[in-house]
Every structure is written in C-alpha cells, then in structure tokens.
Write a new protein. Structure first.
Length: 304
C-alpha cells in the first residue's frame, strides 16, 4: 500500500509539472482564437487520444447507467473550468491571478470535500493549507499587487475556475465505483467537446486552420500531455488517495508555471519564486505524509 501511494506521489508530481507548463502554453493560445474553438479542439484531441488506451486496457467501451450521471457532471465541470481558464488568461492579470488560483484549487477542494464528508482537519493539514497559500502569495509578490487588480474581471473568471475544479475533483473521486478511470476521462472529454461545439459553431472558423504549426503543437500538448496524461493521473490519484490528497499536489503547479514562463515566455525569475515554491512543496508534504504511517489521505471511506 505504501509503495502504491509513493508511486502515485511520483506520478502526481510529473502530472502537476505538465499542468504547470500548460499555463505557458495556454497563455500563448489565449486570444488567438475564441475560447470555445480552442476548447473544442483541445477536448476533441484528448478524446481521440484516449480511445486506443481504453481499447487496450479496458477492452470495451460499455457504460452502466450509474456512470452516465458522473460523466455528464464531469463534462459540464470540465468544459466550465477550461472556459473560465482561457477567459481568465485572456482578460485577467494572468501571471498573478493564475498563480493565485492554482494555490486556491486545493484549498477550495479541501473545504468543499470536508463539508460534504463532515471531516474535521487536523492541525498539520490546516498548517499545510496556510503554508501553501503563503507560498503562492510570495511567488506573485502579493505586496506589490493591488486588490483592484486581484478582483479584476478576468481574475474573477479564474476564481470561478477554482470552484469548478473542486467539484470536478470530487466528481472524479465519487465515480470510482461506477466506471474505470480511463473510460471516465475519455467520456468526460467527449461530453465537454460536445458542449463546447455548441457555442463554437456560432463563431468564425475562418482563421483557425491557417494558424502556424506552433499553434497546433500547443493544442496537442494541452490535449495529450497535459490532459490525457496529467488529468488521467490526477483523476486516478483522486480515487486511490482521496480528493484532498490529490488536490494538495496542485501546490506544485505555481512553481512549475512560473519556471515555464521563464523558459518559454522569457519572464525574469527572482528569489521569491524559489522561496515561495519551497513553501508550496512543504504544504504538499504536510498534507500527505505522517511520521509513523500515512493516513488521513481520503475524505471518503470508500476511496482508500
């Protein structure tokens, strides 16, 4: 059991790194096409890339009735999260707001899951959440960002994305008894693609097929690496470890996102990135590891 959890910790770390890089990729794509068009292709390519994996590992594409409700809910939350994500990147204070929101994701997931399961957090978990938030605040130089900037309409989109992702995480966890993780991820993105196609069909498609190859490479990265790999690992970990433990690894994303900005967007780093990132990683440790044995990882008695 311990080895299995350590494996998930390692894979979750890789998955969160792909999400961090996706922030730079998303910033490149935001504004180049309508969000609904970007989302449609991202969801469509993710769905297609998962079909052979489901065929190889699951052998069939059958669904039971109970799984359908989780898939529909997941598709709604997934499309809603990504729409708010792109709108926030396009309109808001993307650097500060984005890092702030990735630190808020595990906090909101923790609070909502605790409320649903009537779970009372221990002192170490509370400390971990507070340290994770502090790490995010330091990485964005919160003392230099005005409250007016943080509540700018674009960043409200990103805050909405955090709430939506919390419910997405819980949906993936509670679907565990009804549908295997690969099927869940594949069908969720199929539903999300169908949802995003409705508004996309009213937008202009005249320029999207004339975009340079780098545009499509970013779409493929977001679809296959960040989503097919990263999101599937995250959903699997949510089931195995519980939504609270899995979501705590999102504290790794801000550090990776900022470093990917340095590499791909030529942003200038500072010591605050290292210090804030160290605090965020400390938060992951406090929320997941115990001295004697690992416990308290799941807010659901059925998730272990």
């Amino acid at each position: 059991m311990i080895r299995s959890r350590l494996f998930f910790y390692f894979m979750l770390t890789l998955a969160m790194m792909t999400w961090g890089v996706s922030w730079a990729s998303g910033k490149f794509l935001a504004g180049r096409e309508a969000p609904e068009i970007l989302l449609f292709f991202r969801f469509l390519f993710t769905f297609i890339s998962l079909i052979p994996l489901v065929y190889i590992f699951e052998k069939n594409f059958k669904l039971n009735k109970n799984a359908i409700k989780f898939i529909v809910l997941g598709g709604i939350f997934m499309s809603g999260y990504n729409y708010l994500f792109f709108m926030g990147l396009h309109n808001g204070l993307a650097g500060a707001g984005g890092v702030l929101v990735t630190t808020m994701n595990p906090v909101l997931t923790f609070i909502i899951a605790s409320g649903i399961n009537r779970y009372k957090p221990v002192k170490k978990e509370i400390a971990g959440l507070l340290i994770g938030i502090a790490g995010g605040m330091i990485m964005i130089h919160i003392w230099q960002v005005s409250w007016a900037d943080l509540i700018h309409s674009g960043n409200l989109y990103l805050l909405g994305a955090s709430f939506t992702w919390a419910f997405m995480t819980l949906t993936s966890q509670y679907s565990g008894k009804s549908i295997p993780i690969l099927k869940f991820t594949m069908y969720v993105h199929a539903v999300a693609a169908a949802i995003s196609f409705i508004p996309a069909s009213t937008s202009s498609w005249s320029t999207v097929f004339n975009q340079p190859s780098f545009f499509w490479w970013n779409i493929l990265y977001l679809s296959i690496i960040s989503t097919s790999f990263g999101t599937t690992i995250y959903f699997a970990a949510s089931r195995s470890l519980g939504s609270k433990a899995a979501s705590s690894f999102i504290f790794i994303v801000p550090l990776t996102a900022l470093f990917s900005g340095v590499i791909f967007l030529k942003e200038t780093p500072g010591l605050y990135i290292i210090f804030g990132g160290a605090l965020s990683l400390t938060a992951v440790y406090l929320l997941n590891f115990k001295k004697d044995k690992i416990k308290g990882l799941s807010l659901s008695p059925n998730a272990e």
